[in-house]
Each structure stands twice: as C-alpha cells, then as structure tokens.
Design a protein around this ligand. Structure first.
Ligand SMILES: [Zn+2]
Length: 108
C-alpha cells in the first residue's frame, strides 16, 4: 500500500488520531487497529503497541488491564496532558489544512 511506504512520515498523524480518540473515551488496541484501518492506515500490533507505549511513557496516555470475560485487555485513555496536546494539535492541524487548501491551485 502506497500510504504504508510513507508510514514514518505519517506516524505523527496516526499519533494525533490516537490521541483524539483517547481524549473521547477509553479504547483497546484491537479497536484502534480497526479504527485506523477505516481511515486507510494499515497498522500491525507490532507497530501500534510500541506507539501506545511511547505515548504512555511521555505522559499522554494511561492504561490498565480490564477483564473481558475470561481474558484481559489493556484499555488506554488520555491524561490531562494528552487532552491538552490534543487541543493544541487540533488548532495546528486546522492551520495546516488551511494552507494545504490555499496552495491547491499551485500544485499540479
Ligand atoms: Zn477515527
């Protein structure tokens, strides 16, 4: 997939996407993999989980194991730092979209 060729570059956008959902309600890894796939991002657990751990290490997310029938799954949600970063990201993404749209007529 063409997009995955540029995954390193797009990782920032994927992180913002994760942070957006984490600011709304807790999620678990498999749910996020499906959600990102819906937006065209094919991520393996081997890519997503290190990303989630990185966000947790930097204080943007928190997580804990929750019982789901006989098994446990890890739930993730945004901390107040994560929600603050999400608000800032929203402003900056809007600003970027504005610029991308303004320059559309110059690209071919
Ligand atoms: Zn989404």
């Amino acid at each position: 997939m063409r997009m995955m060729k540029h995954q390193e570059l797009l990782k920032g956008l994927i992180r913002l996407h994760v942070l957006h959902h984490a600011s709304q309600e807790p999620f678990y890894g498999q749910w996020m993999i499906h959600e990102l796939a819906r937006h065209g991002y094919t991520l393996s657990p081997g890519t997503l989980y290190p990303m989630l751990h990185g966000l947790e290490r930097r204080g943007y997310l928190k997580s804990k194991n929750e019982r789901n029938g006989r098994t446990f799954r890890r739930m993730y949600w945004a901390t107040s730092l994560g929600r603050e970063a999400n608000k800032l990201a929203k402003i900056q993404v809007r600003e970027l979209i504005g610029e991308l749209q303004r320059s559309r007529r110059h690209s071919s």
